[in-house]
Design a protein around this ligand. Structure first.
Ligand code: HEC
Length: 452
């Protein structure tokens, strides 16, 4: 939340209505989910509100607190509040009246083909500033940096639903782009008094697939019976092979061992003990057997229940779409840092954030990486940010976006730095905690200062 202390107004951004990806039991706009709500801080009375996503089906909760700033127009000063979204947009309002400072249009979007679902026919988008992340994942922006993985990505692409924003979740597979973690994410943004907003952003595609849990997945069952049942049993309750036990793979057993889709997928790909690796399965068969194991009771997604407590659709988990080398399925940039003038709605600069050393070595320009944790800015005109998967801590010139400094941390800094001063000397400190996206863990706080 953010507070305008002088006016006694508090700005509350809200999350999505539950369950995330199926809304058959919550038909309608679902106010006040996905909304910025301005309340009178003394009484709690609502002053104004704005809903950014109607009937959210994409996990588009508002990721970060809004920013309070002053906008200058025609010599006038307007008290404003800006809100960034996971979809990569910035909405700017007069913070007293709620009036948009750049026009917002309700645009039509596709309907859902899931039984019982009713996607809202329109969604609001600001006409300015331009989004700070790409909005459409089209065939021509499939990642072609690795010729060996390109055909695989292209084959996957043509099998799932063509992407346009707000394509509802589907059994065929729906691209979420930018992904569940933004666009804008929960590290928040920085604004300076001149009305410039600094926001870092991700451009990772994810694939959302829904399964009708009431119907069996016959293909998955076929794969299971052919490949797995001799060891794990036709009823999935486990067996003995040469005197050694083979564990059960019933939903209850998988749950008890907290094997989610990711862990299952790894186990089946790599094998274990006498279990052979099944990495050779086609991605269709591989997914089908995963779905088969996780359906009927929902696996990790059992929150997807309708009001009769009967599960209708389950989703197959939070799956980043990457190539076999671990790079995003979309062409770079994969992570950016943006400076946007909210007086005019124009970009001051935009740069990549983070890099992959092995790609730099191949002569590929910096791609950016996924990033978690926001920027801070100083009166001295310097922006500081960690966040990137390359575990670097960076300083940028706020005016130009030029990188001024970088420092390799003991582990990634997936949080927002802080600044403080002692005896007139200013420090910047960051938590080097690591642990995101397969990068190593750490437990250090690292502080920086200018030389005496
Ligand atoms: C040759 C016998 C064999 C076959 C075939 C086999 N498994 Fe396994 N599986 C095992 C054994 C043994 C383990 C336990 C391995 C260990 O952790 O040491 C295991 C473990 C697992 C686990 C982890 C369960 C747990 O409790 O840790 C899963 C999930 C699994 N198998 C799924 C499958 C699937 C899906 C298939 C078919 C695609 C399959 N297995 C085929 C023998 C087999």
């Amino acid at each position: 939340m953010s507070v305008d202390e002088a006016r006694g107004l508090v700005y509350c951004p809200t999350g999505s209505a539950s369950a995330d990806f199926y809304g058959g039991d919550r038909i309608g706009k679902n106010l006040f989910a996905n909304s910025l709500i301005c309340l009178d801080a003394r009484t709690g009375k609502r002053v104004w509100h704005f809903q950014f996503v109607h009937h959210d089906l994409w996990d588009r909760d508002l990721p970060a607190p809004p920013n309070l700033l002053t906008i200058r127009r025609n010599g006038q000063e307007i008290p404003a509040v800006s809100q960034t979204t996971k979809s990569g947009h910035v909405f700017v309002f007069n913070r007293v009246t709620g009036e948009p400072l750049f026009p917002i249009e309700e645009r039509p979007y596709p309907s859902s083909d899931l039984a019982g679902e009713s996607a809202w026919p329109t969604q609001p988008l600001p006409t300015k500033p331009a989004p700070f992340a790409r909005q459409v994942f089209s065939f021509d922006i499939i990642n072609d940096l690795s010729p060996d993985t390109l055909p695989d990505l292209q084959n996957q692409f043509v099998r799932i639903k063509p992407h346009i924003p707000f394509t509802p979740p589907s059994e065929q597979g729906t691209i979420i782009f930018p992904g569940y973690d933004g666009g804008g994410e929960w590290g928040g943004q920085a604004v300076d008094p001149n009305g410039i907003l600094y926001v870092n952003s991700n451009e990772m595609p994810w694939i959302l697939t829904m399964i009708n849990a009431a119907e069996g997945d016959t293909n998955g069952e076929r794969v299971y019976l052919q490949m797995c049942a001799t060891c794990h049993g036709i009823d999935r309750s486990g067996t003995q092979i040469q005197g050694s036990p083979v564990p059960p793979v019933t939903l209850a057993a998988l749950k008890e061992k907290q094997l989610d889709r990711q862990a299952l997928s790894e186990k089946i790909q790599k094998g274990a003990g006498i279990m052979p690796p099944f990495g050779f399965l086609s991605s269709n068969d591989f997914n089908a057997v995963l779905n088969f194991l996780l359906k009927n009771g929902g696996g990790p997604t059992s929150e997807n229940q309708n009001s009769n407590n009967e599960i209708v659709y389950v989703h197959t988990g939070y799956n980043r779409w990457k190539d076999a080398h671990g790079y995003p399925a979309v062409k770079p940039p994969w992570g950016t840092l943006n400076a946007i003038n909210l007086n005019t709605g124009d970009y001051v600069w935009k740069t990549t954030l983070g890099e992959y050393p092995e790609l730099i070595e191949r002569g590929i320009p910096p791609t950016g990486t996924e990033n978690y944790g926001g920027p801070i800015i100083t009166a001295g005109g310097v922006l500081f940010i960690g966040a990137s998967l390359d575990e670097q801590f960076r300083a940028f010139d706020m005016k130009t976006g030029k990188e001024l400094f970088r420092y390799k941390l003991p582990a990634g800094a997936y949080s927002t730095p802080a600044t403080y001063s002692v005896d007139g000397r200013q420090f910047i400190v960051t938590a080097s905690g690591g642990g995101k996206m397969g990068t190593k863990n750490g437990d250090a706080y690292i502080a920086f200062a200018l030389p005496h």
